[in-house]
Design a protein around this ligand. Structure first.
Ligand code: TYD
Ligand code: MG
Length: 459
């Protein structure tokens, strides 16, 4: 029989190796490798012992479609795909202090207020502290059940009591402790083991399990990334320090879309939903500023307007700076190269700074044209028409490509008081009723047309 061999596991990335080392060769972290003694290794192959026969059932049977359980906070329900799925495990990851506990206390209380049974288990705060927070959030009257506990065995036994709760929040998975493992709470083995037990329990009882996970400085869910593979849905809770708003973003979702965002504002009385985020990312009173362009974007099922800001300054010869916040650096390099090669805009000698206002992160290629407009405007020192929004993808030949949901983008812009739009030629000719949105659209086919909007000032 195989001997249970010691393994050495990196606490930062979860990589395992046969020997200890000072530095993990998978993720480069120092002093992150700890010994892990696996439970007795299983025998090789199945051998002679027979298992029991598993019952196989037809695909279409009762219970195939489980009703979702919305918590009543619309921004959360939409991000998870229209309410939580019973028996599913959700991981809410984010920086310490971003508002995870606040959000989940509010969500659990909202669900309890709608008649569900909700439990909030904290390994980080005492009952008194949770009550204080609830009072601050105006939730004191909610029929929410609280516990301060870290022992997974105790938690499991408690949750198996009838009737099982509809939702259990475990805050945080890094504080949980499984007594069958020797390592300390927060280590890879403990996080993985505790999560496994809790998820198994949730699947059995049909409870929605929401785990809180802290993110390390490097942006990884502290301890193991393995947690992401174990849960059904991974939500990131993001926000910039110094900004009041917070974004919940689905990174993985077995039961819904992954491009939805939920937007909140952190106030004195907790997180407040922002059902119309465009108002947050665009300041209609701003006035004309060179280097600013309003991008008509789409996040998930919702159009969102965001201001893109560029600053172009003469740089030291040889190594110009490229600093990007909220967008992809590679994509910026591409747009810069296209502007230079196809429209003659020489930016390779300049420092370029690009910022998505408000701290939002954009991944849509449809932002290319807005980025190009911000850059061209900054380079020329001339403001773009302040009443205009802009969207479109840019190809390497300099062509402006159509993007999806053009009408939704235009409608959102019209709703926010924009009168004009710079957009690609509509994908399905005639299918996009631009005037129906009450907005005048200038169709661009090449980045040259865009750069021509900013004639360089006479030298
Ligand atoms: P918290 O939910 O404790 O963060 P996490 O669980 O992600 O570590 O939120 C902590 C921050 O939120 C803290 O800086 C104070 C702020 N906050 C408010 O601004 N208003 C509130 O009503 C609450 C409860 C917290
Ligand atoms: Mg917390």
């Amino acid at each position: 029989m195989a001997r249970a061999e010691k393994r050495y596991v990196c606490e930062a990335c979860g990589a395992s190796r046969p020997r200890w080392a000072g530095r993990c060769d998978a993720c480069g972290a120092w002093n992150s490798i700890a010994e892990e003694v696996p439970r007795t290794a299983p025998p090789r192959g199945l051998g002679q012992a027979r298992g029991r026969v598993i019952e196989l059932v037809p695909l279409d049977g009762p219970g195939g479609v489980t009703a979702r359980r919305p918590c009543g906070i619309g921004e959360i329900d939409r991000v998870v795909g229209g309410g939580f799925v019973p028996g599913s495990a959700v991981l809410l990851a984010g920086d310490p202090g971003i508002g995870k506990s606040t959000l989940l206390l509010q969500a659990a209380a909202a669900l309890a207020a709608r008649g569900g049974r909700a439990a909030y288990i904290s390994g980080e705060e005492g009952i008194e502290q949770i009550r204080m927070r609830a009072a601050r959030l105006g939730l004191s009257g909610a029929p929410l059940e609280l516990a301060a506990a870290i022992d997974v065995r105790d938690i499991a036994t408690t949750l198996e009591e009838e009737p099982p709760p509809d939702i259990v929040v475990v805050d945080s998975i890094q504080t949980m402790y499984l007594d069958t493992l020797e390592s300390a709470p927060g280590t890879v083995a403990q996080v993985r083991g505790s999560a496994q037990e809790l998820i198994r329990l949730a699947k059995r009882t049909g409870t929605v399990l929401v785990l809180v996970g802290h993110v390390t400085k490097e942006g990884q869910i502290a301890g193991p990334r393995v947690l992401e593979h174990m849960v059904d849905c991974v939500l990131y809770f993001e926000g910039e320090r110094g900004h009041q708003f917070r974004i919940v973003r689905a990174i993985k979702n077995r039961f819904g879309p992954t491009d939805e965002i939920g937007v909140f504002e952190m106030t004195d009385a907790g997180l407040v939903e922002i059902p119309n985020p465009s108002s947050l990312f665009v300041d209609p009173e701003r006035g004309p500023v060179p280097g600013a362009a309003v991008f008509a974007g789409v996040e998930g099922s919702r159009p969102v307007l965001v201001e893109i800001q560029a600053l172009v300054a003469p740089g030291p010869a040889g190594s110009p700076r490229r600093t990007v916040v909220g967008w992809d650096a590679g994509r910026l390099a591409m747009v810069l190269a296209v502007l230079e090669a196809r429209a003659g805009l020489r930016l390779s000698v300049c420092d370029v700074y690009l910022n998505v206002a408000g701290g939002l992160r954009i991944s849509e290629p449809a932002a290319d044209l807005a980025v190009a407009a911000a850059l061209a405007s900054a380079a020329a020192g001339r403001a773009l028409d302040e009443g205009a929004v802009i969207f479109g993808e840019v190809g390497l030949a300099g062509e402006v490509r159509p993007v999806s949901q053009g009408t939704a983008r235009l409608k959102e812009a019209a709703k926010l008081g924009f009168a004009r739009a710079l957009a690609p030629v509509a994908e399905n000719a005639g299918g996009e009723a631009a005037d129906g949105a009450g907005i005048a659209v200038t169709r661009l086919t090449h980045v040259r047309d865009l750069v021509a909007l900013f004639p360089a000032p006479p030298h």
